[in-house]
Ligand binder design. Structure first.
Ligand SMILES: Cc1cc2nc3c(=O)[nH]c(=O)nc-3n(C[C@H](O)[C@H](O)[C@H](O)COP(=O)(O)OP(=O)(O)OC[C@H]3O[C@@H](n4cnc5c(N)ncnc54)[C@H](O)[C@@H]3O)c2cc1C
Length: 421
């Protein structure tokens, strides 16, 4: 029998390991897809929630997705309207029978889901996605998610294996009289010194995974190189594709495990999975604490003794890389000109803003949200809270001495020279 599904794409811009798309294509004869480019302004800084680098990356990902979906006869509509406005209209215009999407945990995204559940008169089928370990597979109840990463990791590692990623659907749907939105490539200039010279899209993501693990075998030395600062090879650089969902974490896990079986299993191969568990951890912890992630005192139960000033001049100098602290400034200029910064850099500039400049950590988190290509609500706000001493960190005095860190990680000053001169 003929029926039509609508797949609502969110932070899952791919075909592989996409439960919502797989089920929609399996149970219906026709299918169309929608993505809403929601333009929001951030609460504390007034910045656009999505800056030019991430916009460009997502645009590239959508162009790629649209081509892949077209091969299955699924048109992709991209709209500037909110999903809560656009989806009910589409449902009425095209006699849609069910809407399929991946569930999100964050506050605004959940509001959208709730609003659609209230307004649609057809089923909205929501699935968990984007995790390495699905909520249903955790070895503890949701309200018992450990507050400390090590406890979480050890329990999760005791699971014998994680779910294997789903293959991309291959069923070609019956055609619809509807055209995909015509998307034009944009051309935001990215500084050639960037550590992330890659494009958005599932195909680029899968190619990068292949190059990183199999062709260059950088995975075999990941643990020794991951604290680097310059060039595209020092860490995996998977985060931007993970953030908009061009790559499933379970796909990475699967490839790492295959590499361990076929080539070598060592501390480095383990450590990439370890880092992916950090990513999962923040997602699961968000499910427990909800919007406390955005509160001044974060997840901490007691008010923070930190100053948390709201001084726009000092904040502006930090964003522009003009604090007079070379290691901080070099990192902030890299972020401003490329949309990317190493993990080492992020820890240092965040600690400097909060502990040395005494600025409200949420301003820093918002600037990152605007600027990062790989912005991910859970990882960004979770890490900021952690570094700022209001997250779930067993150590209360996490402080990065930026000069010592520069001596340790940039002993020849090459990174600073690259960005400051
Ligand atoms: C203040 C601050 C803000 C951050 N904001 C974000 C963000 O918005 N989006 C984001 O993806 N990461 C964020 N991170 C985490 C981390 O810096 C990046 O994931 C990492 O630098 C991305 O580069 P990579 O893919 O080469 O990492 P790799 O070292 O190759 O790690 C592999 C993957 O593991 C995950 N991962 C690694 N470290 C962390 C971590 N500390 N927390 C959560 N996941 C991690 C990422 O998915 C990453 O792609 C933030 C860290 C800090 C200190």
């Amino acid at each position: 029998m003929n029926s039509t599904a609508l797949v609502w794409f969110r932070n899952d811009l791919r075909l592989h390991d996409h439960q919502a798309l797989s089920d929609a294509t399996q149970h219906h004869s026709h299918c169309l897809a929608i993505y809403s480019f929601n333009h929001k302004t951030l609460k504390h800084t007034g910045l656009a929630s999505r800056g030019p680098f991430r916009k460009q990356f997502i645009n590239e990902a959508l162009i790629d997705l649209s081509q892949s979906l077209a091969a299955l006869n699924i048109p992709l509509l991209v709209t500037d309207e909110s999903a809560t406005e656009a989806i009910p209209k589409l449902v009425n215009e095209h006699t849609i029978n069910a809407v399929y999407a991946h569930r999100e945990q964050a506050f605004e995204e959940q509001n959208d889901e709730q609003s659609l559940l209230n307004s649609l008169r057809i089923p909205l089928k929501l699935y968990d996605g984007g995790y390495l370990v699905m909520p249903a597979d955790l070895p503890f109840d949701d309200d018992k998610i450990p507050d400390i990463f090590t406890q979480f990791r050890k329990k999760v590692e005791s699971l014998s294996t994680f779910r294997t990623p789903l293959p991309a659907p291959t069923k070609v749907m019956l055609p619809l009289e509807l055209k995909s939105t015509n998307l034009n490539p944009t051309n935001t200039s990215i500084d050639p010194r960037t550590a992330f010279p890659f494009r958005g899209g599932e195909k680029a993501a899968l190619q990068h995974l292949k190059t990183y693990i199999w062709e260059n075998q950088y995975i075999a030395t990941y643990k020794e190189t991951r604290n680097g600062l310059l060039g595209s090879a020092y860490s995996s650089k998977m985060s931007p594709w993970l953030a908009c969902g061009c790559l499933s974490p379970r796909k990475i896990y699967d490839e790492v495990k295959r590499f361990e079986r076929e080539v070598i299993a060592n501390d480095s191969t383990y450590w990439l999975i370890f880092e992916l568990l950090w990513r999962d951890y923040f997602r699961h912890v968000y499910r427990k604490f909800g919007s406390r992630f955005f509160f001044r005192n974060g997840l901490a139960l007691r008010p923070s003794p930190k100053k948390m000033r709201k001084n726009t001049d000092i904040f502006h100098r930090w964003t522009e890389g003009q604090t007079s602290e070379p290691f901080v400034d070099a990192n902030m200029r890299e972020l401003k000109l490329t949309g990317f910064m190493s993990n080492r850099g992020r820890q240092n500039v965040a600690s400097f803003l909060v502990n040395d400049l005494g600025i409200d950590w949420r301003w820093g988190a918002e600037y990152f949200q605007h600027q990062l290509i790989d912005y991910d609500v859970y990882s960004n706000w979770g890490n900021w809270a952690y570094v700022s001493g209001v997250g779930n960190d067993p150590r209360e005095d996490r402080y990065f001495n930026v000069r010592k860190q520069a001596q340790m990680y940039d002993p020849e000053g090459l990174f600073v020279k690259t960005w400051l001169f």
